[in-house]
Design a binder for this molecule. Sequence first.
Ligand code: AMP
Ligand code: ZN
Length: 492
Amino acid sequence: MTLRLFNTLSGQLDELVPMDGKALRMYACGPTVYDYGHIGNFRTFLAIDVLRRFLKLTGTEVRHVMNITDVDDRIIQNAAAAGIPIGEYTARFEQAFLEDLEALKVQHPEQLVHATGHIPQMVELVQKLAAAGAAYQTEDGSWYFRLASFPEYGKLSKKDLSGMEDGARVDLDRYEKDSARDFALWKAAKPGETFWDTPIGRGRPGWHIECSAMAMEYLGESFDLHAGGEDLIFPHHENEIAQSESVTHKPFARHWMHVRFLLVDGRKMSKSEGNFYTLRDLLLKGYKASAIRLALISVPYRHQLNFTFDGLIEATNAVERLRTFHQRLVSGSFAEGSDPALQAAAKTAQTDYLAALSNDLNTAEARAPIFDLIRAANTSIDQGQLFAADRDAILAVLASFDAVFDVIADRDAEPTRRALEWAAQSGRLDDVAPELLARQSLTDEAIDALVAERTLAKKQRNFARADQIRNELAEKGVVLEDSKDSVRWKRK
Ligand code: AMP
Ligand code: ZN
């Protein structure tokens, strides 16, 4: 099954297949590790996760490189303000970022590379650009890319740059979307700033050159796909194309994927608006990592995702529905045989699910047939009309759903535990929802003991005590499920 994915460069859905016929080589711009990741960042990394998981599910090998931007204007400023070296400053946030990816079950790229580990490659690229007449040095020792040397500039963002002033420069890593100017490749060190002593002078790389140098180092001069959030189309990705293609005269990335910005309650997320959330903020409010994952991936990546707490509750319920149903299939006993209608329903669900994802990763449409199948199967179980072969067929559909969505297996306790530990260490316990603290105070062993006590109480016909235990557990977010010969519990 071939994926048709929107390509910002061509402006249409293009088939995504490895150009070398072997592995799909992709580069995703990673985080700038100057703060904790917010849910907008994670929407983008999750969309890329959905892409790589779908490719793998449908038999395409993936070689995915992601960078960590561990030097840039903001990092230098913040580290200086904290009075520590930039490496010490970024290590903490990189660690936090990796933990957050783990919490959200975002698969690791095949290679994770650091900007500060590739300074020689960046310097070499600047030298090649200078030799090609596409870079020049200014009096202070900085190097700039000459936009006028690259007539195709603007082809990704579809900007018309005919009125551009030749030689106008900008030395910020991040700058306004409507100004196309010669941009910094290499910034001469200002007094007191971190610098590298190199053949092109003492200084540090600009942000854009990092990604060109690292992408080509690991994936070659031309590769299949480059991805990031939509804010990166201009200038970051436009600049990457200019820097790379000016040297290689080959297409840099063939396919460009951009993830639409997430809004919160209909507005741009911002700290001053009070609608800014990191992953940790949500975990401390008591939401499960799996529900956050599902909420962030269920809106297709090119559609506007308006994050709301109602949406998060909907996702929480959807995860619960999936898990309860899965459990019902796994633990139930079903007679041998099969029901033709259910077999057909499972087949249709699987086909529709894959078709939706192969159509520009339409996750919303991919979810629908799975939940339809759950409804049909639940009705059949209630009527005693689901058989062993049906169970197997439906479990296979769920496995393929979970190969991409990955929310059925319950691994939510660990991220929550870690977030609480982090809150305690960083003085943020006031941000923890009281219900979460209450829930967390009960260990698994304590719950097992109470459940055993309740079973005994029931045996002794002490129903008052049995009910008391059930209520006590419910207050702390533990639900009991009685079946004929056992009791299972789970945290809400
Ligand atoms: P940064 O660390 O700022 O370079 O961002 C890391 C990734 O998150 C980039 O791919 C950004 O485009 C993406 N990103 C930042 N804010 C949002 C947002 N509100 N919605 C979606 N993606 C975002
Ligand atoms: Zn980048």
